[in-house]
Design a protein around this ligand. Structure first.
Ligand code: SPD
Length: 300
């Protein structure tokens, strides 16, 4: 059996579920994310748990042998049970330890809830808005990723099933921190990488606010990182790129770009959270030490 799904994940890609010649004791099914013409990630799957076409994207949930449950949107790996903590901790705790006293936080995208779960660990945070365009992602996460979604019912969390671009435009000077937990820069997420969006984000932030966006892989998405860093740098007084290692994302090396009106992330406040598996003050500082080939991408 060989079933191919056409997707648009990162330039040229497809997703395959195909049999292999493994012993009968293991599942013969594999999920493959073809990241470009020459690169793929393969995960043995025990079973397909859910598959649908929402109003905005295709969505699949698989149980994998290596990484637990896997969420796939438009053919791209979004998160897995076993390695999600890296991405969610680094997208949230780095900015929340850069701002000295964050009270109100907006998450654009991120309907799985992983970033929300981390944000509410901060005692100073009084209000968190999740602006996710696709309500079906939220529901699937609650059902198949209960730990990742576990913060969504916190009393400080307000869920808006809404276009994040419009939401940001309609809420001037409201937030201390805005986090852009987007899908890859295809389909509904393209606008989240545009200069106009970053200008709108700057307006939605308070005068000392800051933002972070996930900005893909320095190996696989160099032009996107150049463009994004330049755009955020044109809008914010300070722009900084930092790195983390996410095993199931293309190449494993992942980047985040911070735009800050006032505060520098290079001198974080002491850690306010105990139960992290990746984030620490030392990791925070080290994440901004860039290899020369990455420095080259963000040189202004
Ligand atoms: N190629 C993977 C990019 C995924 C970025 N967002 C993931 C959402 C997890 N909350």
């Amino acid at each position: 059996m060989r079933v191919w799904y056409n997707t648009d994940c990162i330039d040229v890609s497809t997703v395959a579920i195909e049999e292999d010649a493994s012993p009968m004791t293991r599942s013969h099914l594999w999920f493959t994310e073809y990241q470009n013409e020459n690169l793929s990630l393969g995960l043995r799957i025990n079973q397909s748990l859910y598959s649908t076409q929402t109003q905005y994207q295709s969505m699949d949930v698989y149980e994998t042998e290596q990484y637990g449950n896997l969420l796939v949107l438009d053919g791209c790996v979004m998160t897995t049970d076993k390695d999600e903590f890296v991405y969610h901790e680094m997208l949230s705790h780095v900015p929340l330890h850069t701002h000295p006293n964050p009270h109100s936080v907006l998450v654009v995208g991120g309907g799985d809830g992983g970033v929300i779960r981390e944000i509410i660990k901060h005692p100073s945070v009084e209000r968190v808005v999740l602006a996710e365009i696709d309500g079906e992602v939220i529901e699937a996460s609650r059902r198949y990723f209960p730990y990742i979604a576990s913060g969504l019912d916190d009393s400080r969390v307000e869920i808006q099933v809404a276009d994040g671009i419009q939401y940001v435009a309609q809420h001037p000077e409201e937030f201390d921190v805005i986090l852009v937990d987007s899908t890859d820069p295809i389909g509904p997420a393209v606008g989240l990488f545009a200069r106009e969006f970053y200008e709108s984000v700057a307006r939605a932030l308070k005068p000392d606010g800051l933002m972070v966006a996930q900005t893909e892989s320095p190996f696989a998405n160099q032009q996107l990182i150049r463009d994004t860093s330049a755009r955020i740098g044109e809008v914010f007084a300070n722009v900084h790129l930092y790195l983390a290692f996410v095993p199931t994302y293309p190449t494993g090396m992942w980047s985040f770009t911070m735009g800050s009106k006032k505060y520098s992330p290079l001198d974080p406040v002491p850690s306010r959270v105990q139960d992290t598996k990746y984030y620490s003050t030392e990791v925070h500082k080290a994440a901004f030490a860039l290899p020369p080939f990455v420095q080259e991408l963000v040189r202004r």
